[in-house]
Design a protein around this ligand. Structure first.
Ligand code: PLP
Length: 284
């Protein structure tokens, strides 16, 4: 696989980053994941806007290649012959030459890494067909989840807890309210209304969330942007989650409680179809 590192396209085993890189020592970095369908990028502009915001919230310098990111994504899709898959982009605060809590002096170049992950069958996902089982775990992450940082240890721990419990993912709960999934935004459907937590520092502002809510409004579906409790979720007619890598994925079980008869719900299934259709029309 060919990867991109700081201006160069390299075979993956030749792409090397310093041991002093702030991403490695301090998890001082941000990332984006863009999906590819039919060799085209889904919602690239949305990811670029959020990347700019993450960098700015952390006073991190934009990489010199900021204006070339679309071209870099397209080049990697072409070189690695990606039809369905993901493109991972990461910017870290770079290599100050030593370990220090203070940010490095201005002019220290950020490290920019971009690589592809081929995922044949991304759109026809078996998980989406069967519906996901989730467990709830306490949300113990930091207070700026709106910034897409690479400090993903707690979400990883939560995924492992889910795996050990025989589930597909974990929903994170704070003060009895669901914040989001380990790597996705969470929704329930009750009496035909789609309910999802409002945007704040408590959750990532999902690019898929924004698109799905727009398409749902266009399809005259009713939406409530508000927090919901774990009990409300277990009692809902349906549940689902959204992310760039999973599009819209129905949830059929929460902490062992079956929803929509243990099969993907009609609203989630319809939203998945609409999301994939509409996104493909707009893909770049
Ligand atoms: N919430 C969290 C914590 C995430 O990590 C992600 C994606 O990785 C999402 C939500 C979904 O965001 P997006 O739709 O932009 O992929």
């Amino acid at each position: 696989r060919t990867v991109y590192l700081n201006g160069d396209y390299l075979p993956e085993d030749e792409a090397k980053v310093s041991v002093f890189d702030r991403g490695f020592l301090m998890a001082d970095g941000v990332y984006e994941v863009t999906s590819v369908l039919g060799g085209k990028l889904i919602d690239f502009d949305g990811h670029l806007v959020r990347l700019r915001r993450s960098l700015s919230e952390l006073d991190m310098q934009e990489p010199a290649a900021m204006g070339d990111l679309l071209e870099i994504h397209r080049e990697l899709v072409a070189r690695n012959e990606i039809d369905e898959g993901l493109i991972y982009l990461q910017v870290t605060r770079g290599n100050p030459g030593d370990r220090d809590f203070h940010y490095p002096p201005e002019g220290t170049a950020p490290t920019l890494v971009v690589f592809t992950q081929a995922k044949p069958g991304l759109a026809a996902s078996p998980l989406a067909q069967r519906g996901a089982r989730v467990i709830s775990v306490p949300d113990m992450r930091w207070g700026r989840r709106d910034i897409k940082t690479v400090q993903l240890l707690y979400p990883s721990m939560a995924k492992m807890m889910a795996q050990k419990a025989g589930a597909d993912d974990a929903w994170l709960v704070q003060d009895g309210l669901v914040t989001e999934g380990t790597s996705n935004n969470a929704y329930i459907v009750k009496d035909g209304r789609i309910i999802t937590r409002a945007l704040s520092n408590d959750i990532l502002h999902g690019i898929t969330r924004a698109a799905v809510l727009r398409f749902a409004r266009e399809a005259q579906m009713e939406i409530e942007e508000r927090s919901f409790t774990l009990d409300e979720a277990k009692d809902a007619d349906e549940a689902f989650f959204t992310s760039a890598s999973g599009f819209v994925t129905p949830v059929v079980e929460i902490d062992g409680c079956k929803l929509s008869g243990g099969t993907p719900g009609a609203v989630a299934t319809r939203l998945r179809e609409i999301y994939i259709d509409e996104s493909l029309k707009r893909a770049t």
